[in-house]
Structure formats: structure tokens, C-alpha cells
Ligand binder design. Structure first.
Ligand code: FES
Length: 111
């Protein structure tokens, strides 16, 4: 069962930028692409925990700011020959508002 939680306006995130949503289970990075798509992934790179929210967004991918691992935002998986994946979270935009499915964070709290 989904638990859509309003985390803010789409316009609050610049294109090719990110916003961090803090939960008790860790931080989630919410990205906006140049095409106004939004994606949510854990804000910790699967390599050594780099802050993906500070990475460079290109297309539907982000490059980790620490060692340049490239992760797909839709699947969370590393691109190319690299391995690793980051957890993704369901997210939608309705009426200009960003809704994150917090059902996977039941023990946490979207702040
Ligand atoms: S911590 Fe992200 S590439 Fe190393």
C-alpha cells in the first residue's frame, strides 16, 4: 500500500539539481532532470557512501561527486562496466507537488 507524502513543490528543485529529504532511516536524494522528471534514491553512493545529492545530473543519471561512479536514477544501478546499485523510491509529481511513497519508510518519518 502506498503512502504518498508531499515533500514540496517541483519548482523548489532546480533542473539538474537535487534536494535532500531526511528520514529516520537515512537521507533520500530527490532529483529533477532537465526534462522535469523526478527520481528518489538513497543519498549514499553504493561505492563508499558519497552524497549523491551533490553529484552531477545528466539525462536520467547522476555522477557521484567522490569517485565518479555513474548511477541510473530510474533503476539505481551503476552504468557501464561498474557494479553496485542504490535503493530507489517511488515518486510522482501531481499538480506541481512532489509526492514520495513513504510506505517503505514506515519506521521512519519524512521530515
Ligand atoms: S563514493 Fe561514490 S564513487 Fe566512490
Amino acid at each position: 500500500m502506498t503512502d504518498w507524502t508531499d515533500i514540496g513543490a517541483l519548482e523548489d528543485i532546480p533542473r539538474r539539481g537535487a534536494r535532500v529529504v531526511r528520514t529516520r532511516l537515512g537521507c533520500i536524494a530527490v532529483f529533477r532532470t532537465v526534462d522535469d522528471e523526478v527520481f528518489a534514491v538513497d543519498d549514499a553512493c553504493p561505492h563508499k557512501g558519497g552524497p549523491l545529492s551533490e553529484g552531477i545530473v545528466h539525462g536520467r543519471a547522476v555522477t557521484c561527486p567522490l569517485h565518479n561512479l555513474v548511477l541510473r536514477l530510474d533503476t539505481g544501478k551503476a552504468q557501464g562496466a561498474d557494479e553496485g546499485a542504490v535503493a530507489t523510491h517511488p515518486i510522482v509529481v501531481e499538480g506541481g507537488r512532489i509526492l514520495l511513497d513513504a510506505s517503505g519508510l514506515r519506521r521512519g518519518r519524512v521530515a
